[in-house]
Design a binder for this molecule. Structure first.
Ligand code: GTR
Length: 428
């Protein structure tokens, strides 16, 4: 009898869990009551009242929790073995910029990985600030420029763009150019640096390619439970690109803005949280496990994301599927790790899957850490109207429209960057 009861109860629980996983909540009234973990009280119960305590005690604690439970730690140090300059051209876009294409090569035993980095830098200026972020389809997809090298990395098939057998062709050249207003960026005096995220780790549920196998012991086939998922690997790649940018004489490495859209927005946040050399961070429509609060369970949830994209995070995250309340952190703490550096978060009105309100509330809460540094977080208490950006040391806008990164978004990013560090010499 007892056994029957037990089976019946566990059946009920699993039905309940899968029901929770299958439904998507878009109703504010259905958001559960929740209490966010305290940003400014340490594990041992100490109040964090100043930047010294924040930096010594609370910041490392929070960073470790994100590492262990969500994104996964990088198991070993892997450095660039070699930089191959594939191409350098001094006159691009009618003399506006230089273009450089380099390959960062990583080697270990008989393994080799190449990450192709494309740089457009404004010409005839002093050291320039730059935006750095990944692209989704290969460097050649960001502009019609016929000389951008095609990637030979694995790319998800997309026959309408001529991407078959996971290899790109000329047909996808420039297909993402609306997301990359390069000339406007250059004219504002900023450089732009990008790489294809799949060079670092192909975006598929397979830990046999990309950078992951570099750290395996004999007989190991996937990272340990607290070790890097794909987001963490991509963030690691951004730091290696940063290593390279520090060596480029025409770049001001103290003014590097890391940015990303969607899964790459999550990546930009984690990269900026871990690597304080990034002077500013922009996360565009980053949603679940990006800027949005997980406990709201609005739109995409932990259960959804870990079942659709199990390779993005570390194995430990699965414990919190439909159990968000047990998470030792929430995403406002990730944003807090970026303080006191300028941080810009965006949402889009039709991107409910990413929970715009949760993204705003999280940015708002993170302001508590900025306050320790006597910096203004978000300058408003209420969510602003669509297309009405607000800019403190934390900035935010909700754009009219769907999940995307548009010229409108870029206009605000440039304004935000100019507000915090204008280029030394802007070009005409
Ligand atoms: C969605 C995913 C989101 C977001 C997006 C993207 O399908 O559920 O978390 O990251 O993909 O990266 O395009």
């Amino acid at each position: 009898m007892d056994n029957f009861l037990l089976i019946f109860l566990s059946l009920l629980i699993s039905i309940n869990v899968s029901a929770q996983l299958n439904q998507v909540n878009y109703d504010e009234k259905e958001v559960p009551e929740y209490k966010l973990p305290e940003l400014l009280i340490s594990k041992s119960g100490r109040k964090i009242k100043n930047t010294k305590r924040w930096e010594k005690i609370r910041r490392p604690e929070i960073l470790k929790l994100f590492e262990q439970e969500i994104y996964g730690k990088v198991p070993q140090t892997i450095s660039i073995s070699e930089v191959n300059v594939h191409e350098e051209t001094t006159d691009i876009f009618d003399g506006l910029a230089t273009r450089t294409q380099v390959e960062l090569v990583f080697r270990k035993d008989d393994q080799e990985l190449g990450v192709n980095v494309l740089l457009y830098l404004p010409k005839d200026t002093a050291k320039v600030p730059v935006f750095v972020g990944y692209n989704f389809k290969g460097n050649h997809a960001i502009n019609d420029d016929p000389d951008i090298l095609l990637t030979d990395s694995w790319v998800p098939d997309n026959p309408s763009l001529g991407i078959v057998h996971n290899q790109v062709t000329e047909q996808s050249r420039g297909v993402s150019n609306e997301r990359w207003p390069i000339e406007e960026i250059l004219k504002s005096g900023y450089g732009i640096v990008t790489a294809y995220y799949g060079d670092v780790d192909p975006d598929r549920d397979n830990f046999q390619d990309g950078i992951h196998p570099f750290t395996y012991r004999l007989g190991q086939f996937r990272p340990g439970n607290d070790e890097w998922g794909a987001v963490s690997a991509w963030a690691w790649g951004l730091s290696r690109i940063m290593d390279y940018l520090e060596t480029v004489p025409t770049i001001d490495a103290s003014k590097v803005v890391v940015f990303g859209h969607s899964r790459l927005g999550k990546t930009a946040l984690w990269a900026a949280a871990k690597d304080q050399r990034f002077a500013m961070c922009i996360s565009n429509n980053s949603g679940c496990l990006g800027a949005a609060l997980s406990r709201r369970q609005f739109g995409e949830t932990i259960g959804k994301i870990t079942s659709t994209f199990p390779h993005w995070f570390c194995e430990n995250l699965n414990k919190y599927s439909a159990r968000e309340e047990l998470l030792p952190v929430d995403q406002h703490m990730l944003l807090g790790l970026i303080a006191p550096r300028p941080l810009y978060v965006t949402s889009a009105t039709a991107d409910l899957w990413a929970d715009p309100k949760g993204e705003f509330l999280s940015a708002s809460e993170a302001g508590k850490v900025y306050a320790l540094y006597e910096k203004e977080g978000l300058p408003v208490a209420e969510m602003p109207e669509p297309n009405s950006p607000v800019m403190g040391t934390i900035g935010y806008h909700i754009r009219k429209g769907k999940h995307n990164i548009t010229a409108y978004d870029w206009k605000q990013f440039i304004r935000f960057a100019e507000k915090h560090f204008a280029p030394v010499i802007a070009i005409e």
